[in-house]
Design a protein around this ligand. Structure first.
Ligand SMILES: Nc1nc2c(ncn2[C@@H]2O[C@H](COP(=O)(O)OP(=O)(O)OP(=O)(O)O)[C@@H](O)[C@H]2O)c(=O)[nH]1
Ligand SMILES: [Mg+2]
Ligand SMILES: [Zn+2]
Length: 299
């Protein structure tokens, strides 16, 4: 039998789960060392005689890929062919809005829709910093949804947002990504674990990316939680593009190559001073610009 097209729906280092065109699922290994399929990839695969595993022989061209720089400075691909990114923060662990901003910047860079979710409203939904952050996102034009995967509040809004999409759910460990997916799946599909009472951090329960078909429509990729995230951006221009309100205001700066830090006649700084642009978002932009320019320098 010759190769047929399939999609990678789960990765376990070098072993993969594939969904075939007829809806069937098989496990597969990868031909050769050079192929590096990730969750969401479309691949060519063929059965292997006398084995239950299939063999992936080719990775088809990607529409897009969510990446991050790993510790060795290489670009690691997290998932491919997505059309929505859902960035999750929660009442516990303490929300880190800078991480959410950097996920949003990654989504802008990919040209995919992004939604901000604040989970665990049953624990706390009154913190001023959270209310401000969510209001800021809405004002910039992002959908920001508050929910409780435990109680089900707000989960219909998330289901509506992902219907007809292939979305990746990202965020710190322990924010409840897998719990949200379990709620939407209507059962315990994905393993979850308590946030550590000692450190207040999640336990990195999800270790592999897995794509699930939701009964209410749409597909979601559960992904391992992170301590930190920064997109592998190419240039200052892509950092600016990652902050849509900064990019927009920047059209009125005196200098076309304004970096929106200390330049004279900077419309972005002026907007930060009047409060039209959130000072926290501008600080977030400054940090990502710094980081991106540091990575650009040969060391
Ligand atoms: N109170 C409350 N707890 C929740 C809610 N959603 C999830 N949790 C709990 O938060 C803990 C972490 O949830 P997970 O779903 O494992 O979190 P995760 O984001 O998938 O974490 P990683 O896989 O480590 O990245 C679990 O104990 C969940 O039961 C919620 O809405 N309210
Ligand atoms: Mg998880
Ligand atoms: Zn400027």
């Amino acid at each position: 039998m010759s190769a047929i097209q399939a999609q990678v729906i789960a990765t376990f280092s070098r072993r993969m789960r594939l969904r075939l065109a007829d809806g069937g699922e098989v496990t597969a290994r990868i031909k050769g060392k050079r192929l590096r399929p990730v969750c969401g990839d479309r691949v060519d695969a063929e059965p292997i005689a006398n084995e239950s595993d299939w063999l992936i022989t080719r990775v088809l061209e990607r529409d897009n890929a969510l990446t991050r720089p790993n510790l060795r400075g290489q670009t690691e691909v997290l998932a491919a062919n997505i059309d929505m990114l859902i960035a999750v923060a929660a009442a516990t662990p303490d929300p880190d809005w800078f991480i959410i901003d950097r996920y949003l910047a990654a989504a802008e860079d990919l040209g995919v829709d992004a939604v901000v979710v604040f989970n665990k409203t049953d624990i706390d939904d009154t913190s001023q910093s959270t209310t401000t952050a969510l209001d800021d996102y809405r004002q910039i034009g992002y959908q920001a949804i508050s929910c409780s995967a435990r109680l089900g509040d707000g989960m219909d809004e998330i289901q509506n947002a992902v219907a007809n999409q292939t979305a990746i759910i990202v965020g710190q460990s322990g924010v409840g990504k897998s719990s949200m997916i379990n709620f939407l799946m209507g059962g315990e599909q994905q393993k979850t674990a308590d946030v550590s009472s000692k450190s207040g951090e999640g336990k990195h329960t999800t270790v592999n990316s897995v794509m699930l078909e939701l009964p209410g429509g749409g597909r979601v990729i559960d992904s391992p939680g992170v301590r930190d995230f920064a997109p592998a951006l190419e240039s200052a221009a892509s950092v600016i593009g990652g902050y849509r309100e900064i990019e927009k205001a920047g059209h009125d700066c005196r200098f076309a190559n304004c970096r929106h830090l200390r330049e004279p006649g900077c419309a972005v700084k002026a907007a930060v001073e009047t409060g039209a642009i959130s000072a926290r978002r501008h600080e977030s932009y400054r940090r990502l610009l710094n980081l991106t320019e540091k990575l650009e320098q040969p060391t």
